[in-house]
Every structure is written in structure tokens, then in C-alpha cells.
Design a protein around this ligand. Structure first.
Ligand code: HEM
Length: 455
């Protein structure tokens, strides 16, 4: 049987492009078969800057075994992400990477069907459920930070474990314990497999474990759906089980399983990566730890939890998170496939063109960000951001596929910072975080050793 990520299994995808179809676009093919893949993965922003210096912001190259074009800069982001003329398929862009393990997730559905599903899933992200997630996050994070207090720890794996445990509660409605551990492991195996170089599920390989993990989760979610539909759980899974399309129909069991798998994947490494990056930025800029702490203590909140109606008052934390996402976007680039011919910057592109926009590139462009390597959260104050191009800062994408969980991400990050910073100073170990792995989601090679010093 054809694999779910292949063209053979997806006859509605446009066929692979013939060799030479993009030869009229400036660029290069790089090494045979692999093209420039390894150069690009080592440091996507540096690679893009080098290619732009040679060819300009529109160039052709070969990556992941296929010819594609990079369309860089804020205008290109707007063209592709806003996609006014419905030219760019997200399914056919992401499908070859994600379809094997995360088929039919929201990002893998296009146009009208996507609109219907997005609307239905959005019940789980409305203000009322967000308040309930905030309660669960406050409890889970406070407990974990108390255990970290005064300790030296390696932050990336610690916050990854925390994020998974929190997701078990808020996403799935299962308490910490053996069931949550088993679900989390299955899930981690799937995410690992989605980037594994060996794509055949041989037992003992990452892909073998990933496919077994998917099987476990499909059975787990499938078994749980009937009870969740009839219950009154507040977690994301229960809400999605009870959600109805506009015509009153419910999502099928298979649809719920696919959406849940995708949501867990979309949330987990992105939050882990950005929490780690933010902690590193604050540790390297201690005056910002002080400013955030002063703002928090100035709110006059009684008790240990950050109340959900005070979240919007953490303005400087908001700026600092945004600046972190600018400097280290968890999703460095976004693929699409053109399903119709299009024209951009004087070039004609045929239907079937594989397109990549680079979030990492536009976030470091001096055109929009003076002194782009400097950590300066005040770039996001209303006065400084007023005249900026709307697509110069796109860590959550834009247009129809803009991140559905972005408010959840802000919520978790603000609650995490609230519990970390009010009574602690973050101090990095020497050299900590100096080298990051850029792809698929940025993470520090040393895991970011640090100390949480009690004030
Ligand atoms: C800092 C954290 C996060 C970042 C930087 C991030 C980034 C992104 C980006 C760039 C996209 C768009 C990709 C594209 O257009 O091809 C996206 C889509 C998505 N994200 Fe996030 N994400 C984050 C957290 C989350 C969380 C916490 C959830 C769920 C609770 C989530 C759920 C989704 C979903 C469902 C989509 C697909 C939306 C659609 O296709 O309509 N994300 N995210």
C-alpha cells in the first residue's frame, strides 16, 4: 500500500514537478539529490541570508529532494500566508513531511473544508475554556516551580516534561499518573518519528516507534470518545468531542482522533522551544528579569495564582515573549504548494511549485528590525510597532492557517513566567545555550543548564 505521505496515496495532489520547471528562476541546485538541504538545516536564517546576497529574495534551490522556491520578505509572507487568491495549498506543502503520522490535522486541510473544521475546533479556544485552562496551568506550574526552586536544572528537558504533563490535564483531562505517562510517551515517539530520516516503520527505529505510538493513541482516543461526548469535561478533548459543525453534525471518531493528535503535536515542541528561548533571553538580559518581576509584583495580586483576568496586564512579559519569538521562532519556515500558476516580483511560477516562506529570515531583516541581533522587547510597544509591515513578525503564521493555539501559548508562557520570576532569579551556567539545533524546532544542544536562585 502506498505510504500516506506519498503522491501515490494522494491522487488529488498535483503530480511532482518535472526537472527544470523552475530553471528560469535565479538560484542553484546544490549537491545531487540532497541539494542544499544540509546547509539549510544547519542554520536556516544564515543560509537564507547567504542565498539572498547571491540571488535576491526570490530564489530556487533543492531541499528535501525536491526543487522549490524561497519567497522571502514581508510582502512574500503576505502573498503566501494571506493567500487572497487561494493559490497555496497547506496540505500539499506540509503533507510530504507530516502526513504519515499526523494526517488530516487542521494544517493538512485546505480552503472550504479547512474553514468548516477550524470553526468547529475553535470552541475549545474561546475565553470561557481558556479560563479553565488557566486554573489548571496555575496549579501544575506552581507545583513544578516549587520543586525547581533553588535547584540547578537542565531547562529544556524539564520544561518539555512539564508541558507534556500540563497537556495531559488541559488537553486530555487525565491526571498525572501512569496513563498520562503512557500517552505522553506514545506522543513523543510520534513527534520524533515525524523527523526521522528513515521513513519505513521498521521495529526498533524511530519510525517504528512512531507508528506504534500512533496506533496506541488512535486506540486510546477512539475508546474515549463516546464517554467524553456524553460527559461534561472541561478539557480540550472533551470539548472537541462535544463540538458541532454549523449544520449540527458532530465530528466523527476518526476526525477527533486526527485533530487531537495534531493539536498535541502543534502545541508541544513549540511551547517547549519558546519557553526555553525566553528563559535564556531573560537570563542574558537580567535587567529584563527585574522589569518583568516589578511589573508582576506591582499588580497587587493576592495568593499564588495569576488570575485569568489579570493576564492582559502583564504587558512587559507580553513584549518579552514577542521579542523572543522574533529572535528564535519555533517554526522557522512554512511550506506551501501552488495549485495554480502565480506571478511574484516579475517571475512566473507554474502550478505545482513547492514554495517556502522563511519566518526566521524576515524576523532578522534589518529593513524591519534595526540592530536585529539585539534583544529589545520595547520593539513591540505601540509607538515603535505602529508603522511596521503587518507580515514582518509572523511567528504564528498568518491568514486562514494562523496558529489556532496562539492564545493558549501566551497563557502558558505568562503563567510560567509568573511562577518563575516573582521569587527567583534565573542564572545560566557558563556557556549555557551557546549552541542551538535549528531544525525542525529550535532547541539548545546542551539543554540549557541553569540555576533558579531563590530571592
Ligand atoms: C509558541 C508557540 C507556538 C508557535 C510559535 C506556533 C506556530 C504556528 C504556526 C507558524 C502555524 C502556521 C503554520 C502554517 O501556516 O503552515 C501554526 C498553526 C497551528 N497551531 Fe501553532 N504554534 C504554537 C503553539 C500552538 C499551540 C499551543 C497549539 C494548540 C493548543 C497550536 C495549534 C496550532 C494549530 C491547530 C495550527 C493549525 C491551524 C490551521 O491550519 O488552521 N499551536 N502554529
Amino acid at each position: 500500500m502506498a505510504r500516506a505521505d506519498s503522491f501515490a496515496a494522494n491522487p488529488h495532489w498535483l503530480p511532482p514537478q518535472r526537472t527544470g520547471a523552475l530553471d528560469h528562476i535565479p538560484g542553484e541546485n546544490g549537491w545531487p539529490v540532497v541539494g542544499n538541504t544540509f546547509k539549510m538545516l544547519a542554520d536556516p536564517a544564515k543560509y537564507a541570508l547567504g542565498m539572498v546576497a547571491k540571488y535576491g529574495e526570490v530564489y530556487r534551490h533543492v531541499s528535501f529532494g525536491a526543487p522549490n522556491v524561497a519567497l522571502l520578505g514581508a510582502d512574500a509572507n503576505e502573498l503566501v500566508l494571506f493567500d487572497r487568491d487561494k493559490v497555496f495549498s497547506s496540505e500539499q506543502g506540509w503533507g510530504p513531511l507530516l502526513n504519515l503520522l499526523f494526517p488530516r490535522g487542521l494544517m493538512l486541510i485546505d480552503f472550504d473544508a479547512h474553514r468548516v473544521h477550524r470553526r468547529t475546533l475553535s470552541v475549545a479556544f474561546k475565553p470561557e475554556p481558556m479560563k479553565l485552562y488557566a486554573d489548571a496551568l496555575n496549579i501544575g506550574i506552581a507545583e513544578r516551580v516549587a520543586a525547581w526552586s533553588g535547584q540547578s536544572l537542565t531547562f529544556y528537558p524539564a520544561v518539555k516534561a512539564l508541558t507534556l504533563d500540563l497537556a495531559a490535564v488541559s488537553f486530555l483531562g487525565i491526571p498525572f499518573g501512569p496513563e498520562a505517562t503512557r500517552v505522553n510517551q506514545a506522543f513523543v515517539d510520534m513527534v520524533q518519528a515525524s523527523i526521522a530520516p528513515i521513513r519505513i516503520p521498521i521495529p526498533g527505529t524511530a519510525m517504528g516507534r512512531g507508528v506504534a505510538g500512533r496506533k496506541y493513541l488512535v486506540e486510546y482516543f477512539g475508546r474515549e470518545v463516546p464517554g467524553r461526548r456524553d460527559g461534561d469535561g472541561d478539557d480540550m478533548f472533551s470539548q472537541i468531542c462535544r463540538a458541532r459543525h454549523e449544520d449540527g453534525s458532530q465530528l466523527s471518531v476518526d476526525e477527533i482522533v486526527d485533530h487531537m493528535n495534531f493539536l498535541m503535536m502543534a502545541a508541544h515542541d513549540t511551547i517547549t522551544s519558546s519557553a526555553t528561548a525566553m528563559v535564556m533571553m531573560l537570563a542574558r538580559n537580567p535587567e529584563w528579569q527585574d522589569r518583568l518581576r516589578d511589573e508582576m509584583l506591582g499588580l497587587g495580586v493576592e495568593g499564588d495564582a495569576l488570575p485569568s483576568d489579570r493576564i492582559a496586564d502583564l504587558v512587559l512579559t507580553d513584549y518579552a515573549f514577542k521579542e523572543t519569538l522574533r529572535m528564535m521562532p519555533p517554526v522557522p519556515s512554512v511550506p506551501r504548494r501552488a495549485i495554480k500558476p502565480f506571478r511574484f516580483r516579475g517571475h512566473d511560477f507554474p502550478a505545482g511549485t513547492q514554495v517556502g516562506v522563511s519566518i526566521a529570515y524576515v524576523h532578522k531583516s534589518a529593513e524591519h528590525w534595526p540592530d536585529p541581533q539585539r534583544f529589545d522587547p520595547m520593539r513591540f510597544s505601540p509607538e515603535v510597532s505602529r508603522d511596521r509591515h503587518k507580515y514582518a513578525w509572523v511567528p504564528f503564521g498568518g491568514g486562514a492557517h494562523m496558529c489556532l493555539g496562539l492564545h493558549f501559548a501566551y497563557l502558558q508562557m505568562k503563567i510560567l513566567m509568573w511562577h518563575l520570576l516573582r521569587e527567583h532569579r534565573i542564572e545560566l551556567a557558563p556557556g549555557s545555550g551557546d549552541r542551538w539545533q535549528a531544525w525542525p524546532i529550535p532547541k539548545p544542544r546542551d539543554g540549557l543548564p541553569l540555576k533558579l536562585v531563590k530571592l
